[in-house]
Write a protein that binds this ligand. Structure first.
Ligand code: BG6
Length: 483
């Protein structure tokens, strides 16, 4: 297969927090890869903006190091790095003061797309927006990109939306959820809406239940301080798992256009049932061969923050009433594995008598080993009567699509190019984020009110046994967490 790379228009991208962890790990190496791929025009410019006193040469050195460490400089020709670094500039700036703002206003060009990436904590979003406005950088050609966490509850998300709306139109605001930039997450839409096969069966009449798993092997490591204030609910469920749930459950949008898609996602979030306390299991990992336990990493021996969550979620609409969605995510689990599994109902009548227990299972592997498997029932080969057996129709994208199937462009690089192109389809709209918090808040408030303590689980396991029991009560089982 031949990859088609369509260059974007010339742009100036300013990265606030340009020396930070996300910029070094994801944003700058990702931009470099887009440059290597020929997608970034030669006259594009990237301006790092941060507190540190540094000149452009110092910034280029820092970026070169970041690319060496995190870059994955695949298929880059010799000399490309120097060419890329030439596109970089730097301004030392005070987000809450005046320093650097005039310099920045003089640096950015008036006749190209201007994007400002707020790779900083949400407490600075309002200050940045206000100063961009004061210094004349908020006209219609401007776009801003904001990172999660977008608030920590409904009230703070509303306040952030208000702060940004004071200076920017919704069409200029790009709220990143990097899961939407993953190749296979977009593939969910292609599979559902590009095939005749699945959609007629995609409802509670034919689907018994759906499982969404995002399992990680990493612990919270050096992010303990941030994570302990968030927990899996705020860090993963409110955003990444919610987005997966929306893409799996939404009605077909009339077209693949930003508002058509986001309108449908919003309807799903608004149709979510409140979650009963006994339909949630929270967990915390204990020390193991992989490293210290959660409480030690979080620096609080009494922490009640969850590093794991499993929950049963209902959607009250015509399509899904009666079909539960089981969501789970956690750190320090057995394997890194994200998967969505659609378990279809049993046949309503089997002509084969006793051998009833065969159902089709569609699993979509998001990462790693991206692909789709459909379990189908066939006759077990050989004489001796009609015995049935389930076999997988397995498509691993890397096998089916060759090199390109394996070459997963990183989510961030794809999303940044979408910002430059002005395509908001894979970004969260303000009302979507608020609706997700409106659903999440009462759950978290309930834990706080009850003083809920998470169950412990062994590092490297599949999570707390209570999660297994939760499904067992419904006579169901989780899929194995395997890469
Ligand atoms: C981030 C969370 O948004 O997503 C992290 O803050 C998590 O805690 C990460 O580890 C998972 O992303 P990925 O792309 O590695 O699945």
């Amino acid at each position: 297969m031949v990859s088609r790379v369509i260059p974007v228009d010339p742009f100036d991208l300013v990265i606030f927090g340009g020396t930070g962890d996300l910029a070094r790990r994801k944003i700058l190496p990702g931009l470099f890869r887009r440059f290597c791929a020929g997608q970034m025009p030669k006259d594009a410019r990237i301006i790092g903006a941060a507190r540190a006193d540094m000149d452009a040469a110092g910034y280029r050195d820092m970026v070169a190091e970041a690319i060496a460490e995190f870059g994955g400089a695949r298929a880059c020709e010799d000399g490309t790095l120097e060419e890329f670094l030439d596109r970089l500039d730097y301004v030392s700036i005070d987000a809450r003061g005046e320093k650097g703002w005039q310099d920045l206003a003089e640096m950015v060009r008036g006749d190209v797309v201007r994007a400002f990436y707020f790779s900083v904590g949400p407490s600075l979003f309002g200050d940045l927006a206000e100063r961009l406005n004061t210094h004349g950088m908020t006209d219609a050609a401007t776009r801003i990109v904001v990172e999660k966490p977008f608030g920590r509850d409904l009230a703070s998300a509303k306040a952030l939306n208000r702060d940004l709306a004071a200076y920017f139109d919704e069409s200029q605001i790009y709220r990143i959820d990097h899961y939407l930039g993953k190749e296979t997450v977009q593939n969910l839409m292609a599979v559902r809406f590009g095939n005749m096969l699945f959609e007629p069966l995609w409802n509670s009449q034919y689907v018994d239940h759906i499982q969404i798993t995002v399992a990680e092997t990493v612990g919270v490591g050096g992010r303990g301080e941030y994570y302990d204030r968030s927990g899996a609910m705020r860090d993963m469920v409110q955003n990444h798992l919610m987005q997966l749930l929306c893409l799996i459950a939404m009605e077909p949008p009339s077209k693949f256009d930003p508002d058509a898609v986001r309108d449908e996602k919003l309807k799903v979030i608004r149709a979510l049932d409140a979650v009963e306390p006994h339909h949630i299991v929270r967990g915390q990992y204990e020390a193991g061969a992989e490293g210290p336990g959660y409480r030690e990493e979080a620096g609080d021996p009494r922490s009640r923050t969850e590093s794991y969550i499993a929950m049963k979620v209902g959607i009250s609409n015509w399509r899904w009433a009666g079909t539960p969605f089981y969501l789970r995510t956690g750190k320090r689990l057995k394997a890194r594995s994200s998967e969505i599994t659609v378990v279809f109902k049993e046949l309503n009548h089997s002509i084969f008598g006793e051998q009833q227990d065969h159902r089709n299972v569609l699993s979509i592997r998001l990462q790693p080993n991206e692909g789709i498997t459909l379990g189908v029932t066939i006759k077990e080969p050989g004489p001796g009567g009609m015995r049935l057996v389930d076999v997988p129709l397995d498509m691993t994208f890397a096998d089916a699509l060759g090199e390109e199937g394996a070459d997963q462009t990183d989510a961030y690089e794809r999303l940044i190019m979408d910002v430059i192109r002005g395509n908001q389809t894979l970004f969260m709209r303000g009302d979507e984020v608020e609706a997700a918090w409106a659903w999440t808040d009462p759950i978290i408030e309930g834990w706080e009110a009850r003083g809920d303590v998470p169950k412990t689980y062994d590092s490297g396991s599949e999570g707390p046994v209570d999660a297994v029991q939760m499904l067992a009560r419904d006579t169901r089982v989780w899929r194995k967490v395997a890469p």
